[in-house]
Design a binder for this molecule. Structure first.
Ligand code: FAD
Length: 452
C-alpha cells in the first residue's frame, strides 16, 4: 500500500473522567446517564451534531413495545420509559404498543434531540458533539488497561483520559482499533435512507400503494426490490418513509458509506418521482433527508458467548441477563428480496415484494410459548483486549438470527444502561469488567429503574 508517515507529536489532554462513552445514540447516552447518576464523572463523544443515533440523525421514529409478546408484563423500562414519558408530556409521542407492538411508540425525532440534550445536561455529563473518536492511546503494558483515547474536532486533535471506556459507536470502532477480535456477518443487513415528506395525506389512495408502485415502476429507476414502511410524525401531516435499500455495503468502510449515502438520496428522489407521477395533484414535498444513512449492521465483537437465534426464539434465560426484548426476528435479506419475520410462538412469515405473504412454522406448535427473550452481559465484553473496555449497542456478539431481533433500539438502549452501570461498579469495586458480580449489577440496574 502507498503510505505517508504522520509525524509523532504530543497532544493536549482535553478532558479527564471516570467513564468515557464513545458514540451518542440513545445506547451511548443512556450508558453515560446511568454512570453519571451513580456519581461518576462522565464524558461522551459523538461525531454528529446531536444525540440519538439512528432515532434522530437517520430519522427512524419508532420504538417497539416495552411489554412481552402478550402485552401482559412490562419487560423494558429504565431510561427508555423515562424518555417516552418526557416526550409524552410534550405531546410528541404516540402509543400504539398494545394494539400494534411492532409499531410500539412513534415520536418526533427532532423533539427527541432536544429531550436527550436535557437529559444529558441534567446528569451533568461533559458533552463533545461534532467530535470523532479517532484512535486508542497505546496501552500501558501488554496486558494493560486503556488509559486514553484520541479524538478529533474543530479545535484539533486531543486526548481524553478515563478509567473506563464504553464503545457505543455502532461499528465497534474502539474495539476494532484496539485489535479486539471482531467479525462481519456473511450477509449484512442492508442500509436504508429514510425521508420525511410534507403533505403526505394529499397523496390520497396512493399513500397505501407505495410498495406496489415501487415494485411496478422501481426497475425503470434502478430501484432494488424493497420492503417499505413508514409513520406519521405525531400531530402532523409529515410522514417518515423507510423504503430505500442499499445492498452490499459495509458501513465500517468509508468508500461503501459514501456510496451508500449518495445512492440512498438518489433512491429517495426516484421514489418521490414515482409517487408524484401516480398522484399528480398531491402537494407532496421532501421535508427532510437524514443527516446520516440508516445502518442496521456492521462489525460485531467476539465475546465469550455468542447469543444465538435459538436462544432468542426459545426465550432462553441467563444468569447474567442485563436486557430483555420481545421484538420479533426481522431479517432484511441481502441475498434475496423481501423480509422474513419469525415469532416466538413458532410462526414465520416471508414477505416477498409482489407476492402474497408466505406463512409457515419454523417449529411445531407447543402448548406454551416464550413471551420474551434475554441478552446476557457476556455478549458486551470483548474476549480479548483491555479489561476496562465494554461495548453497547448493535455490535454485541450475536448470530444473524439473534441480531435480527435484538438490534432494535428498545433493546440496545438497555445494553447501554447496563454498560454504564457495570463501568461504575467495576470502578467502585476495583474489579475488571469481566469479573463483576453480575447479580449485584442486575440489582443496581433494577434499583435505577430497569425492568429486570
Ligand atoms: C432504516 C432503519 C430502520 C430501523 N427501524 C427500527 C425501528 O423501527 N425500531 C428500532 O428500534 N430500531 C430500528 N432500527 C434498528 C436500530 O436503529 C439500530 O439497530 C440501533 O439504532 C442500533 O443502535 P446503536 O446505538 O448500536 O447504533 P447507532 O444508532 O448507529 O448509534 C451509533 C452512534 O455512534 C456515533 N458514532 C459512530 N462512530 C463514531 C465515532 N468514531 N466517534 C464518535 N461517534 C461515533 C454515531 O454518530 C451514532 O450516534 C432500524 C434501523 C434502520 C437503519
Amino acid at each position: 500500500m502507498n503510505t505517508l508517515h504522520e509525524p509523532a507529536r504530543d497532544l493536549p489532554v482535553i478532558h479527564e473522567a471516570d467513564v468515557c462513552v464513545l458514540g451518542g445514540s440513545c445506547t451511548g447516552l443512556f450508558a453515560a446517564i446511568r454512570a453519571a447518576r451513580l456519581g461518576a464523572r462522565v464524558v461522551i463523544v459523538e461525531k454528529d451534531n446531536c444525540f440519538g443515533g439512528v432515532a434522530t440523525t437517520a430519522m427512524v421514529n419508532v420504538w417497539h413495545s416495552l411489554h412481552d409478546t402478550e402485552g401482559k408484563q412490562q419487560i423494558i423500562a429504565g431510561l427508555t420509559q423515562e424518555t417516552i414519558d418526557r416526550l409524552d408530556r410534550r405531546g410528541t409521542v404516540k402509543r400504539h404498543e398494545l394494539t400494534n407492538p411492532s409499531r410500539g411508540f412513534t415520536f418526533n425525532s427532532e423533539e427527541l434531540k432536544i429531550e436527550l440534550d436535557e437529559l444529558a445536561r441534567e446528569a451533568g455529563i461533559k458533552i463533545y458533539l461534532h467530535t470523532q473518536f479517532a484512535a486508542p492511546a497505546p496501552l500501558r503494558d501488554a496486558s494493560g488497561r486503556l488509559e486514553a483515547v484520541f479524538v478529533e474536532n474543530k479545535s484539533g486533535r486531543g486526548a481524553i483520559r478515563a478509567r473506563m471506556f464504553i464503545d457505543a459507536t455502532g461499528d465497534a470502532d474502539l474495539a476494532a482499533r484496539l485489535g479486539c477480535e471482531t467479525y462481519l456477518a456473511n450477509h449484512l443487513q442492508p442500509a436504508t435512507a429514510c425521508a420525511r415528506f410534507a403533505g403526505w395525506s394529499t397523496l390520497g389512495e396512493t399513500a397505501a400503494r407505495v410498495g406496489e408502485l415501487i415494485r411496478e415502476h422501481g426497475p425503470a429507476h434502478q430501484l432494488p426490490p424493497t420492503f417499505s414502511w413508514g409513520n406519521y410524525v405525531p400531530n402532523s401531516d409529515v410522514y417518515m418513509l423507510a423504503a430505500t435499500r442499499i445492498h452490499g455495503i459495509n458501513p465500517a468502510n468509508a468508500d461503501d458509506l459514501t456510496h451508500g449515502e449518495i445512492e440512498g438520496r438518489r433512491q429517495v428522489r426516484a421514489i418521490m418521482d414515482i409517487l408524484r407521477a401516480a398522484s399528480p395533484d398531491a402537494r407532496l414535498s421532501l421535508e427532510a433527508l437524514p443527516s446520516r444513512l440508516g445502518l442496521r449492521e456492521s462489525r460485531h465483537i467476539r465475546s465469550s458467548y455468542q447469543l444465538s437465534g435459538d436462544d432468542v426464539l426459545s426465550g432462553r434465560a441467563f444468569d447474567d441477563t442485563i436486557a430483555q426484548g420481545s421484538y420479533r426476528v426481522d431479517i432484511h435479506h441481502q441475498d434475496k428480496p423481501g423480509i422474513t419475520l419469525r415469532y416466538l410462538d413458532g410462526l414465520e412469515e416471508y414477505h416477498r415484494p409482489g407476492h402474497p405473504s408466505e406463512r409457515s412454522r419454523w417449529r411445531p406448535e407447543t402448548a406454551t410459548n416464550p413471551t420474551y427473550y434475554q441478552i446476557p452481559y457476556r455478549t458486551l465484553l470483548p474476549v480479548s483486549g483491555p479489561d476496562n473496555v465494554i461495548v453497547a449497542g448493535r455490535m454485541l456478539d450475536v448470530d444473524p438470527i439473534a441480531h435480527a431481533a435484538v438490534r432494535v433500539m428498545v433493546n440496545m438502549n438497555q445494553t447501554g444502561e447496563a454498560a454504564g452501570v457495570a463501568a461504575v461498579m467495576a470502578l467502585d469495586t476495583n474489579q475488571p469488567l469481566r469479573a463483576l458480580n453480575v447479580p449485584a449489577l442486575r440489582a443496581k440496574l433494577a434499583a435505577g429503574g430497569s425492568a429486570l
